[in-house]
Design a protein around this ligand. Structure first.
Ligand code: ZN
Length: 325
C-alpha cells in the first residue's frame, strides 16, 4: 500500500521581532522565516492541503520530500508578513483561525499569557503576582499551597524554562476555568495594560483578510471556536465548538470538500475524531512532533514539526528530519 510521507511545519508568530512592540514574544523573526523558505525550496517540494487530501483519496503519489506549511491562530503576522512571502514564492500556507477571537474581538487566554510573559522579562515578578492571587482566592476555590503548584508544574519543556512552563500550565490547565480567567485578566491588565478589543484587532487577522488569502489560493481550516483543549470537553461541547467553526468556514467560502481541523494545543480524543467524521472533515493536524505518514487512520491527526526543528539559513545542510521525510 502506498503511504505518502509529508513534512508538515507548524508556525505561530512570524514578525520583525526587533521592531515589534514586544520583542520578547516567542516568535520567528521575519528574516529567518525568509531564510527557512529558501532552505525548504532547496531541499523539499511544497504541496497544498488539497493535494494532500486528493492524494489520500485517490491513492496517488505525492512528490518526494513533500512539505506543507501550517500557521496557527490567525495572527496578523500571517497576513502582513507571511502571506506576501508565500505568494511571491508560489507556496500555499494553511491558516487556522480561532473563530471567537476573529468575530468577537476578544483575546484568547493563551495569547494573553504570551503577552504577559513578553511584557515582563522578570518572570519571578509574575509568579509573585500569581502567588498573591492564589492566596486571595485560596478558600473560595479550595486551592492547594503555592508550593504545591510550583513543584507540580514547573518542568522545563523543549522550548520553555521552568518558570514559564509553571505560568502557562497553571493558567491554561491546572486551575478551575473561572479562576484561570480571573487571574489571567488581572495579570493582563496589570502587566500588559491595553484594552482587550483594541489589542485583539492588533493581534489577529479579520474576516476580510482571511477571505483575501482564501481568494489567493491559501487554505483556511478550523481551529475550533474558543481554542479549548478539545480533549477536556464532552462530546457535545466539542460538537458545538467545532460546529461553530464549520459555520464560519462556510460563511467565508471554504470548499466543503476540503475541511481540515487543527487541534488547539494539539489536544484531541476519540470524541474529536467522531465529531470530525460527522462534519465530514478530510484531515486533522496535531502537535505531535514527527514526519506525517498518511494512512486511513493518521490522516485525521497528522503530526507536525515545529519551525525550530528546521534550519533557518538558506545555506544550511539538511538535518535529521530530511532523512526521515
Ligand atoms: Zn492555537
Amino acid at each position: 500500500m502506498l503511504m505518502n510521507k509529508v513534512t508538515i511545519i507548524m508556525y505561530h508568530y512570524v514578525r520583525d521581532l526587533a521592531h515589534s512592540r514586544y520583542p520578547e514574544i516567542k516568535g520567528l523573526d521575519a528574516g529567518l522565516f525568509k531564510e527557512q523558505i529558501l532552505y525548504l525550496k532547496n531541499h523539499y517540494s511544497f504541496i497544498t492541503v488539497e493535494q494532500l487530501i486528493d492524494s489520500h483519496i485517490t491513492g496517488s503519489k505525492l512528490p518526494e520530500k513533500a512539505v506543507l506549511l501550517t500557521f496557527d491562530d490567525a495572527y496578523i503576522d500571517h497576513f502582513t508578513t507571511v502571506f506576501p512571502i508565500l505568494s511571491e514564492n508560489n507556496i500555499q500556507g494553511a491558516f487556522f483561525p480561532p473563530v471567537k477571537a476573529i468575530t468577537e474581538h476578544i483575546v484568547l487566554d493563551v495569547n494573553k499569557i504570551h503577552f504577559i510573559l513578553a511584557a515582563e522579562s522578570n518572570k519571578q515578578k509574575i509568579i509573585t503576582e500569581i502567588n498573591q492571587e492564589l492566596a486571595r482566592h485560596r478558600d473560595e476555590y479550595s486551592l492547594q499551597s503555592n508550593e504545591y503548584y510550583y513543584e507540580k508544574l514547573a518542568q522545563p519543556s523543549r522550548f520553555d524554562m521552568a518558570e514559564v512552563i509553571f505560568i502557562k500550565r497553571l493558567l491554561q490547565v491546572e486551575l478551575d476555568e473561572v479562576l484561570r480567567k480571573i487571574i489571567t485578566n488581572h495579570l493582563f491588565e496589570k502587566i500588559v495594560g491595553i484594552d482587550e478589543k483594541s489589542f485583539s484587532r492588533e493581534l489577529y487577522m479579520n474576516t476580510e483578510q482571511l477571505k483575501c488569502m482564501l481568494r489567493n489560493g491559501m487554505h483556511i481550516g478550523s481551529h475550533s471556536f474558543d481554542h479549548y483543549w478539545l480533549n477536556s470537553l464532552s462530546y457535545h461541547k466539542q460538537k458545538e465548538e467545532i460546529g461553530l467553526s464549520v459555520d464560519f468556514l462556510k460563511s467565508i467560502g471554504v470548499d466543503e470538500n476540503y475541511f481540515t481541523l487543527c487541534f488547539p494545543y494539539g489536544a484531541y480524543n476519540e470524541d474529536t475524531l467522531r465529531v470530525m467524521a460527522e462534519f465530514n472533515f478530510k484531515a486533522g493536524f496535531s502537535s505531535k512532533v514527527d514526519i506525517a505518514v498518511c494512512t486511513e487512520e493518521t490522516i485525521f491527526h497528522l503530526p507536525r514539526l515545529d519551525t525550530n526543528d528546521i534550519p533557518k539559513s538558506s545555506h544550511s545542510e539538511v538535518n535529521e528530519w530530511y532523512a526521515k521525510g
